[in-house]
Design a protein around this ligand. Sequence first.
Ligand code: GTP
Ligand code: MG
Length: 259
Amino acid sequence: MPHLPPSARPVHNCVHHLSVMANESFENEGGTGSRNSRNTNFTSSVDLSTSLDSSVQTRIFKIIVIGDSNVGKTCLTFRFTGGSFPEKTEATIGVDFREKAVEIEGEKIKVQVWDTAGQERFRKSMVEHYYRNVHAVVFVYDVTKMASFQNLKTWIQECNGHRVSPTVPRVLVGNKCDLVSHIQVPSNTALKFADAHNMLLFETSAKDPKESQNVDSIFMCLACRLKAQKSLLYRDVEREDGRVRLSQETDVNKSNCPC
Ligand SMILES: Nc1nc2c(ncn2[C@@H]2O[C@H](COP(=O)(O)OP(=O)(O)OP(=O)(O)O)[C@@H](O)[C@H]2O)c(=O)[nH]1
Ligand SMILES: [Mg+2]
């Protein structure tokens, strides 16, 4: 089980439920900004170069969680952002939007988790929004339900069909490992599948409190990777227009990503 480095610690969390989508990736002291959003709380709009101009802006990483209905997507996102297992959940309609502020290597980052609906009838009108400007994808299956593992192919196809770049990190999560005597998906089968699709595999339980650090690791691992990737992007911007100066280079190998 991966452990979090001291520099990748959660510092704050909050939860929003959205009926419309916000899809930009920055926040400053005046509030979160968004393009193409009908939510009046999300009004400003900046591009990458603007977001680099101010040191008070907080970067936001958009991570979507997808998979069959009932696999535990809501419970996993709740565990990460709220630190507990919800007593009762209902099928997600559209998307629930949660976020948590974390600090990675001295930078405060907002991890914005999009908890999507697994049921087709609750998701079909929203699918385009899920994938727009996504930074990372979490595919979830239920280790006690083979069908949810077999359906991953369909979820991956959908993701690819929405032009999600191959450079967008993806992880695979087998949930409900606490139900030991009901496990249907062997670890080695899941591992082969994850390897074949260039994903890390996490087997965990949103329910078991002893697994909470492992659940955190799923999202922190992605956040660390994204932070490293974005640092590379910043260097590219610097080369192109000469406006951005970074005092040190960061790359994936030098970061202290928990995975
Ligand atoms: N035993 C066990 N039950 C879990 C776990 N995670 C979720 N559940 C249960 O599984 C059921 C479905 O969980 P949800 O998180 O609502 O599932 P979902 O994937 O969000 O479902 P949709 O919103 O319909 O897509 C609920 O009854 C949860 O209590 C887990 O780790 N262990
Ligand atoms: Mg749900």
